[in-house]
Write a protein that binds this ligand. Structure first.
Ligand code: GLA
Length: 381
């Protein structure tokens, strides 16, 4: 079946440029099943690429200009390669990507096209990483060099950190670059080694958007990073990844209460991710669900990145029949929660959680039953 957004960008391209695009690329958003705020601690994460993505229909240009019209934003991205002037808004992700790939020595060529996305912006589903990876895919096509997921993810993270100014980790770009349909990705954020693990048969992954919002330029995210770095210094290591539970239990009491709890979240979360990888490999949905529940408690009480709405959403989800487990997902302070649900119960689960959440908060949530999808790819009709 042809995806509606494939058709939309193809049609719009035809209208604007009077011919078919040379290529159509897509890169997905993601939901993280477990492993939060562990990526920048060189730890482990287990995200999944979702069936919501950003699409670009394009053709090469024979000059240095990049011109991309968006079906969602009125202003196009329009710049010359090599420009170092920064601006504002969504085009910065393309410009940042061009800059970052240039830093790595890739040969860049101009292109023009049309893009569209069905990843909600600011919901914690990595719409920006998808834009970066779709842009990288476009540049790799017109530049004639291979899209290597690890290298592209690192270039995307640099664009995000140094061009856009959001000090995020590597998880979002890695999963958008290298997801696989039907699978989650166990990622070691230190060496970027990956293992694709099937989503347990008979389960559904349900994303529950609280309709509350975060921003990565918010102080909360950066503050947590700083606290983790201080924790690593306390233990005399470069990253909290290097502190295992035994070391933590032996020496952690030397920390004050708050840094103690911050470090405990990261150290126990790494452990949970590895256990979750095993649980998923064994198709053990109940165990995976238990780990998700524990992860939520750790984020709520130790890392303190949930808000009331996320806590309400998770509590309501956990109380529904067929729910194996639920937790907030992403950077925190708003955005989405995720649940692992018995597949036949997923529709009823979604409706019941939406009703109960609206009753309790007066906010209207968005609930998506989602499929694990491929990472960045060229799609032919
Ligand atoms: C955001 C960042 C990621 C990661 C998560 C928290 O999504 O972009 O790098 O740090 O928060 O796990």
């Amino acid at each position: 079946m042809i995806h509606p957004l494939f058709q939309r960008v193809q049609n719009e391209f035809f209208q604007r440029f009077g011919q078919a695009p040379a290529a159509i690329v897509r890169a997905p958003g993601r939901v993280n099943l477990i492993g939060e705020h562990t990526d920048y601690n060189d730890g482990f994460v287990l995200p999944m690429a979702i069936d919501r993505a950003l699409w670009i229909a394009l053709r090469p240009r024979d000059d240095w200009r990049v011109l991309v019209h968006s079906l969602e934003f009125s202003r196009p991205a329009d710049f010359e390669l090599g420009e170092t002037q920064r601006g504002k808004g969504w085009p910065e992700y393309l410009r940042g990507m061009a800059w970052s790939l240039g830093q790595d020595g890739y040969s860049l060529a101009g292109f023009e096209g049309v893009m569209s996305s069905d990843i909600p912006v600011g919901a914690g589903l990595s719409s920006s990483a998808a834009l970066e990876m779709a842009t990288a895919k476009a540049f790799s096509l017109v530049g004639g060099w291979p899209f290597e997921p690890g290298k592209m993810a690192k270039a995307g993270q640099r664009a995000e950190n140094q061009w856009v100014g959001a000090n995020t980790g590597i998880m979002d770009q890695m999963i958008s670059a290298s997801g696989r349909a039907g699978h989650a990705l166990l990622l070691d954020c230190r060496d970027l080694s990956t293992q694709h693990i099937p989503v347990p048969a008979g389960t559904a992954v349900v994303i529950m958007d609280t309709a509350t919002r975060h921003s990565h330029t918010d102080s909360g995210y950066n503050e947590r990073r700083g606290q983790c770095e201080a924790g690593a210094r306390f233990f005399g290591v470069s990253h909290l990844r290097d502190v295992d539970l035994q070391i933590f239990q032996a020496r952690g009491h030397g920390l004050a209460d708050l840094p103690y709890r911050r470090a405990r979240h990261v150290i126990t979360e790494d452990q949970r991710v590895l256990e979750a990888g095993l649980a998923m490999t064994n198709g053990d949905a109940p165990q995976m669900g238990r780990l998700m529940n524990e992860s939520h408690i750790s984020m709520r009480d130790d890392f303190e990145i949930t808000n009331d709405e996320l806590n309400i959403m998770v509590r309501l989800a956990q109380a529904q029949p067929g729910c194996y487990g639920a937790r907030m997902t992403g950077g925190g302070f708003g955005g989405c929660a995720v649940a692992l649900v018995d597949q036949p119960a997923a529709e009823e689960f979604s409706m019941a959680v939406a009703r109960a959440y609206e009753d309790e908060t007066s906010l209207v949530p968005s609930i998506y039953i989602c499929q694990a999808s491929n990472g960045a790819e060229v799609v032919s009709g």
